[in-house]
Every structure is written in C-alpha cells, then in structure tokens.
Design a protein around this ligand. Structure first.
Ligand SMILES: [Zn+2]
Length: 149
C-alpha cells in the first residue's frame, strides 16, 4: 500500500510484523485512514520522534500504531507509552528480529548447558560437556519458541 506522504506502508508494517508499536497488538493496514469506520482501532503511522519535536517522515521515524494508541501517546517518549500499554520498552520485533533473538537464546542455552554440566577430566581440567550443551540448547529452543510465539 502506497501512501502519498509516507511511501510504502507495507515496509513500515513489516518493521513490527504488523503490530502496533505501542500496545503490541495487531493493527490491520487495511484500516488505514478509515477512522470513521474503525475508530480507535484504525491504523495510523506514528512518528517515533514526534513531529512537534522535529521528527520527520523518513522511514526510520515511522511505525504502525492504532489511532487510539497514537492519540494516547501524544508526544510522550515511546518507552513510557509502550510500558504503560504493553509492559515492554521495545517495539514488537520483526520476523528477522524474532529469528535473531531465538538463535541467541538457543546459543545461550547451549553455552550454559555445556558450562554448567562441565566435568573435570583426569587432569583436573574442566571439559565442556557436549551432552549438556545439547540439552541446554534444547531448553533454549523451547524457551525461544515460548517467548517468541
Ligand atoms: Zn495499539
């Protein structure tokens, strides 16, 4: 969907995986500009740095938001509004961000699993436990899936 002012809104929507960057719930791009029908649930583009604070219409400064959330934020710092609405400081993650976070959690799980279950060999040195690493990675995977779904 192209917008005369903001350009390709699909790209803006892709940044948060189609979620409102303030309340983290889904916001349907098809409702953009239809506030008279959808009211507070209508899609809007929110400026990360408010226009009144010099924020521009560049892609980096734009994120999807519900009309109601956008209005409720006003010119508050984003983190304040997000924390109030979604209990989070960050915008919802894009698909890439979610995959990256999942891989990071798995890696951390494997590292922890290997280190925590490390056993000393006959020379007294600690051996990284590969089985423990696999178990840790598996637990990390489960955590990642639980956290990101
Ligand atoms: Zn919202």
């Amino acid at each position: 969907m192209n917008h005369h002012r903001y350009g390709d809104l699909d790209k803006v929507w892709a940044k948060t995986h189609g979620r409102c960057h303030l309340c983290h719930l889904e916001v349907d791009l098809a409702t953009y500009g239809l506030a008279d029908i959808f009211g507070a649930d209508a899609a809007t583009v929110d400026h990360l740095v408010p226009q009144s604070h010099g924020g521009d219409d560049h892609h980096d400064n734009l994120l999807p938001a519900h009309l109601g959330c956008n209005a409720s934020r006003g010119t508050q710092p984003v983190a304040v509004t997000r924390f109030r609405m979604a209990g989070a400081l960050d915008a919802p993650m894009s698909t890439d961000g979610r995959i990256g976070a999942g891989v990071a959690i798995m890696g951390l799980g494997a590292l922890l699993g290997g280190a925590l279950t490390a056993e000393r060999d006959e020379t007294g040195r600690k051996q990284f436990n590969t089985t423990g690493a696999c178990v840790g990675g598996g637990i990390g995977l489960l955590l990642a899936v639980a956290a990101l779904s």
